[in-house]
Design a protein around this ligand. Structure first.
Ligand code: ATP
Ligand code: MG
Ligand code: MG
Length: 158
């Protein structure tokens, strides 16, 4: 039924439960694929010049020029992607090349995640109701932000 299911992943218990749920949805359908996506806010890169379209405007900023900044972003995202792959262990092994892990940057995690979903034609987002920051409340700010930003259906998992 679903062709491309996206799981926004922060390593939290709820995100792990969301991933298990999504894996079950995808497993039985050979045409379906799964993307586990971790978002890094651009403010973590030490420079906060990424617009909501995820691109710098090409204007030199601080001590870094545009290409140097792109290099910083690429290194941070590569490292984040590696971290997620390590964290997942063999959790995606059953799905073979129908599963992938990606790291994306954006003005906020919610912004980066909703943009990913739209650009990659995801037809379902399965995410945790809360995440690593869980203190109290029903819905985390990233889940709330994704729900607000996208028209892609979102399923939240505890
Ligand atoms: P808050 O972050 O608002 O303090 P929280 O950490 O409990 O609260 P969220 O961050 O909204 O709640 O997490 C809910 C779900 O959003 C997680 O289970 C995960 O699926 C997803 N998520 C959160 N942060 C990220 C991130 N940086 N990249 C990808 N997915 C994320
Ligand atoms: Mg959080
Ligand atoms: Mg949008």
């Amino acid at each position: 039924m679903f062709r491309h299911v996206m799981v926004p992943y922060d390593g939290s218990d709820h995100a792990k439960n969301a991933l298990n749920y999504a894996k079950d949805l995808v497993a039985g359908d050979a045409d379906a694929k799964l993307s586990v996506v971790h978002a890094v806010p651009s403010s973590y890169m030490g420079v906060d010049r990424m617009g909501t379209d995820g691109a710098l405007d090409g204007v030199p900023y601080g001590m870094l020029d545009y290409e140097e900044y792109q290099g910083v972003v690429k290194r941070v995202l590569d490292e984040a992607q590696k971290r997620v792959v390590e964290d997942l262990g063999d959790a995606l092994a059953d799905l073979g090349d129908r599963a992938q892990v990606e790291a994306v940057a954006g003005a906020s995690p919610a912004d980066a995640l909703s943009r990913y979903a739209e650009e990659h034609d995801c037809d379902l987002i399965v995410m945790g109701r809360r995440g690593l920051g869980a203190i109290r409340g029903m819905l985390g700010s990233v889940s709330f932000g994704v729900l607000r930003a996208t028209d892609v259906p979102v399923l939240t998992v505890k």
